[in-house]
Write a protein that binds this ligand. Structure first.
Ligand code: MLT
Length: 325
């Protein structure tokens, strides 16, 4: 009798998982973007969500939950039900550097999430105002040496990539700059345009329209090679100012731990189908977004990458003495 009951329970569980696999998604899916709307994470997430939603046959709603460099939204996603309807758009900051930066982080990027798929990467661009006296990174370094602590960099929040890359740049250049935190790159860019701050590192995709529209000047790139189509005449930092300097933001989609494997797989497969649209991937590349080999987009590859990044950032944060000031 006991044996029959156990068999019955196993059959019920298998049937419910089968129904889940058949039915998902039966309603809207939410992707949490932990920054203000209009920034690079939001722009990339909305573009990818639009393409993936067509594949899964349900709308994907972007929920902006900004604050504390993305850690507020990430904590919310970690605690969400693992039912396949809430996901986190994660990035190098709060899913890579977070554990090294924050003494008390209420989530673990590796243990509390299922990795779903990786987005393409984006290099960053050093931006200054239209009428800025700094025509290149060397000018800015010289000014910061002459006036320690008086050059202000806006960023998307403590632990955001705009914060981390400015801190790495300052550490490598041996300068002391003041970081000013906002709730996302979009408000941080607005103050750069308004002249309230001196400089900012933004991702290439959202920096581009500001530079092409004549609102900001790009003075250096964090990619190792130049980007002549997007940023003609703008040199990589590695060329002269900081040899070997290279940085790009990585992003990925994550689900709360315990989300059914079939949901993770279906989401990943839908993304791969969307990526087969060459017109779309060419439009991304034209914004300076760096497409990756297909194997790197896979759930397992993102899980390994996340774990490796958490370790790498412990060393980077220690060596560069990055602090949450
Ligand atoms: C960052 O600088 O970390 C982000 O890209 C912020 C944002 O998307 O607003």
């Amino acid at each position: 009798m006991k044996f029959l009951k156990t068999l019955g329970a196993i059959a019920l569980l298998a049937a419910s998982q089968f129904t889940h696999a058949q039915a998902w998604p039966a309603k809207n899916v939410t992707w949490i973007v932990p920054f203000a709307a209009g920034g690079p994470t939001d722009a990339m997430a909305r573009d990818i969500a639009d393409k993936v939603s067509r594949q899964i046959g349900q709308p994907i709603i972007i929920e902006n939950t900004p604050g504390a460099g993305g850690t507020i939204g990430a904590a919310k996603a970690a605690k969400a039900p693992a039912d396949g309807y809430t996901f986190l758009v994660g990035h190098m900051g709060y899913m890579g550097a977070g554990p090294a930066l924050y003494k008390k982080l209420s989530y673990d990027p590796v243990k509390d999430f299922e990795a779903v798929f990786r987005f393409p990467d984006t290099p960053l661009v050093m931006l200054v105002g239209k009428n800025s006296p700094y025509k290149n990174a060397g000018d800015l370094v010289a000014a910061a040496k002459a006036r320690p602590g008086q050059i202000n960099f806006s960023n998307a929040g403590v632990g955001s990539t705009s914060h981390l890359i400015a801190a790495l740049f300052a550490a490598r250049a041996g300068i002391d700059v003041t970081q000013v935190a906002y709730k996302g790159a979009a408000p941080a860019i607005n103050d750069l345009i308004g002249g309230q701050v001196d400089a900012m590192f933004d991702q290439s995709n959202t920096a581009l329209p500001q530079v092409q529209g004549g609102r900001l000047n790009a003075i250096a790139l964090t990619s190792l090679t130049a980007m002549p189509q997007q940023y003609p005449g703008v040199p990589p930092l590695a060329d002269k100012t900081l040899p070997g300097f290279e940085a790009a933001t990585w992003y990925g989609l994550y689900a709360p731990k315990g989300t059914p494997k079939d949901v993770v797989q279906k989401m990943h497969q839908s993304y791969l189908k969307a990526l087969a649209d060459k017109g779309w991937t060419e439009r991304m590349a034209a914004q300076g977004i760096h497409l990756l080999p297909e194997a790197q987009y896979a759930p397992d590859a993102l899980a390994k990458h996340t774990a490796a990044e958490v370790e790498r950032w412990r060393k980077v944060v220690r060596d560069a003495k990055i602090q949450l000031d």
